[in-house]
Design a protein around this ligand. Sequence first.
Ligand code: PEP
Ligand code: MN
Length: 266
Amino acid sequence: MTLKLDINPIKAWMPNIDNPLLISGPCSLETEEQTMETARLLAKDKRVFVFRGGVWKPRTRPGSFEGVGSIGLKWLQQVKEETGLPVGTEVANAQHTEEALKAGLDVLWIGARSTASPFVVQEIADVVKGTDTVVMIKNPVNPDVQLWMGAVERIHQAGIKNIVGIHRGFTPFRETKYRNYPNWKTFIELKRLLPNLPVICDPSHIAGTREYLFEISQKAFDMGMEGLMVESHRDPSCALSDAGQQLTPADLGKMLDKLVIRYENA
Ligand code: PEP
Ligand code: MN
C-alpha cells in the first residue's frame, strides 16, 4: 500500500534552496575552534545549506570518542549566529531531543541505529510533537523498508511535516567495497511506498573512505535523490571519529564541481 503522507517538499521549509539540499559538517564536533573553522569554510561555499555536527555519538563499541555532549549545542548556536546557516545534530533519546529543541536547532536527525528501534523513534516523536522542526530519518542499519517507513510514520503522526529520509547504507549483508551496503532497491521501495517523501543520500557512511564519495554521490543524483549529507572537517586526518571518510571543505567543493546534478525536483 502506498501512502501519500502530508509531507512538505524541501522547498517549503528552505525557500531559497536551489536543489539539491546539501548538508555538511563534521562527523563529531570536537572543539569550538574545529566547529567554527569548519563552518566558516563551508559557509563560503554557497551550495551548502545546512551545517551538521554530531554531539552525542552512537559508537558501535564503547571506548571510542562518544561526542562532546551538550556543550556542542552552544557551538551550533554560534555557527548559526555567525554564518546564518541552519544547524542540525543527531538525537537518540528524549533528553537529547529536548535539549536540541531548547537550543533552537533547525534540523534533528535520527541515526541508523535508532531508526531500528520503534521505542526510540516514538520517544523522539513524543518530544518533537507540535514543533516545526525538520526531522531527518536515516535508514535502519538493516535493509528493512517497513522499519524505515514506520519511523517516518511515527514522526509524521506527531504532526511533523518537514521530514526527509536519508539513505546511509546498510550493515553489509553481501560483499562490498563500501563500509555500508548501498541497497538502492530499498530506496526505490521506500519511494514507492511514500512517493512524496524527499530522500537524500549520506555517501560518507556508505563509503567509509573518501575515494568512493564521488561515485556514490553521482549515483544518488542519477537515482533522483534530492540532496546529500556529506561529512567534512577542517583537518580530517585529525578527526576523532570517521577520519577516513571526511572531506576538507575545499575538497567538498571540488567534488560538487564534478557532480552532474539533476535539478528536476526543484
Ligand atoms: C553520523 O551521521 O555521524 C552517524 C553516526 O551516522 P549513522 O547513523 O548513519 O551511522
Ligand atoms: Mn560519522
